[in-house]
Design a protein around this ligand. Structure first.
Ligand code: CXF
Ligand code: ZN
Length: 374
């Protein structure tokens, strides 16, 4: 069939919204008509080449935070049928690999296929340009498309009454941020928490820290609008920079430092991580959720403090969460009024407006831009 998608034709060139050829689903695959897709910063990293080697090279279809309606299922898919509503997990969960079996499906072995962005079944492509070139898929899903074909391992079935234009955010940003606080940082009642970077991930780290009972949540971001939103999501203090936060450690943390520091900047870098590390106190967990460039080879951390203060540096992928447990769970928290998804969506766009959405991200105007399909 023919459909339309936003294709990255080359690094640092605007997303090309074009007709593509889409093959039918094979065994274990599903054809989905997209309803909505969040515009995460990681697609910007794919665009600018910061995570080259981790995601498919151009030409590729972007987007990894989406939800839609099943149109057709391939052979052997017996738990989904046309009409079912699904949210995609940006990391598939095969259920069979050691990580899945061990309860860490966010590290599913299918992650190894991210680099090529081919189908998990047979390492071939279902998406092609009209002149016959294969198109890789961001995170094996490619949600910047009106229709896509994905492996069933990426699908989470949700109730048909639940709003997919908000639920799409659960596929990456919301669970990643919330889980960074709740699971990776293990925020406890009374904790002093710093969240560095208050976009789509950081806003949800703040919500997670609040839900877990943090006493202080310091939101650190240079953009005033994001600091204002952070207060609405549950921050108790705001700072324009880590330097400012460092200067206020005496006032805010009795000079003890933060118990948890969660790094959720647009792009991480070694020096910033060092600054974040220094905000932590004794036994602090410093959580690295934001992506650093794949070419970065060092970080600036005073390693002596790993020993003398027992500080802990922890990485976090998808907030150490589990797509099958946490996507429905957070959707229910939203429906119960306990998690705010509505205010995460600053602006909606059509697929044709995708470059405007990313321009707004670069200008710090959006917490999340969301593409809504017809
Ligand atoms: C990233 C993780 C690395 C691959 C691309 C997606 N996470 C979420 O934004
Ligand atoms: Zn993402």
């Amino acid at each position: 069939m023919r459909t339309r998608a936003a294709v990255l034709r080359d690094y640092n060139t605007p997303w090309s919204v074009e007709e593509i050829e889409l093959d039918p689903p094979k065994r274990g695959e599903v054809l989905v008509k997209m309803v909505a897709s969040g515009m995460c910063h990681s697609d910007e990293h794919a665009y600018d080449g910061h995570i080259a080697g981790l995601v498919p090279p151009p030409p590729m279809i972007g987007g990894h935070e989406g939800a839609g309606i099943v149109q057709e299922v391939g052979e052997g898919v017996d738990w989904l049928e046309p009409g079912d509503h699904v949210v995609f997990g940006f990391i598939p969960a095969c259920g069979r690999c050691p990580s899945c079996a061990d309860g860490h499906s966010n590290l599913c072995d299918l992650l190894a296929t991210f680099t090529e962005g081919t189908q998990a079944l047979d390492a071939t492509h279902r998406h092609h340009t009209l002149d016959g070139k294969d198109l890789g898929l961001m995170c094996l899903i490619g949600t910047f498309a009106e229709h896509t074909v994905v492996n069933e391992a990426s699908c989470i079935k949700v109730d048909k009454d639940w709003p997919l234009d908000k639920g799409c955010l659960l596929g990456c940003g919301v669970v990643t941020g919330w889980g960074s606080a709740v699971y990776t940082a293990e925020v406890e009642p009374g904790d002093y928490v710093a969240v560095v970077g208050c976009g789509g991930i950081g806003s949800n780290a703040i919500q997670g820290a609040k839900m877990a009972g943090a006493r202080v949540i310091a939101a650190i971001d240079p953009v005033e609008f994001k600091r204002e939103k952070a207060m609405e999501f549950g921050a108790t203090h705001t700072f324009a920079s880590m330097e400012e936060a460092q200067a206020a450690l005496g006032d805010v943390t009795w000079d003890r430092g933060y118990d948890k520091v969660i790094m959720t900047m647009g792009t991480g870098d070694g020096d910033s991580l060092g600054e974040g590390f220094n905000l932590g106190g004794k036994r602090a967990k410093i959580v690295v959720t934001n992506l650093h460039s794949t070419t970065e080879g060092s970080i600036s951390v005073p390693a002596i403090m790993l020993t003398m203060m027992e500080k802990q540096l922890r990485g976090s992928l998808f907030g150490s969460a589990n797509i099958r447990k946490d996507i429905p769970r957070l959707f229910e928290l939203y429906l119960a009024g306990q998690l705010n998804l509505d205010d995460l969506v600053t602006k909606t766009y059509t697929l044709d407006e995708i470059n405007d959405g990313y321009e707004a991200m670069r200008n710090g105007e959006n917490i999340r831009g969301v593409i809504v399909y017809d």
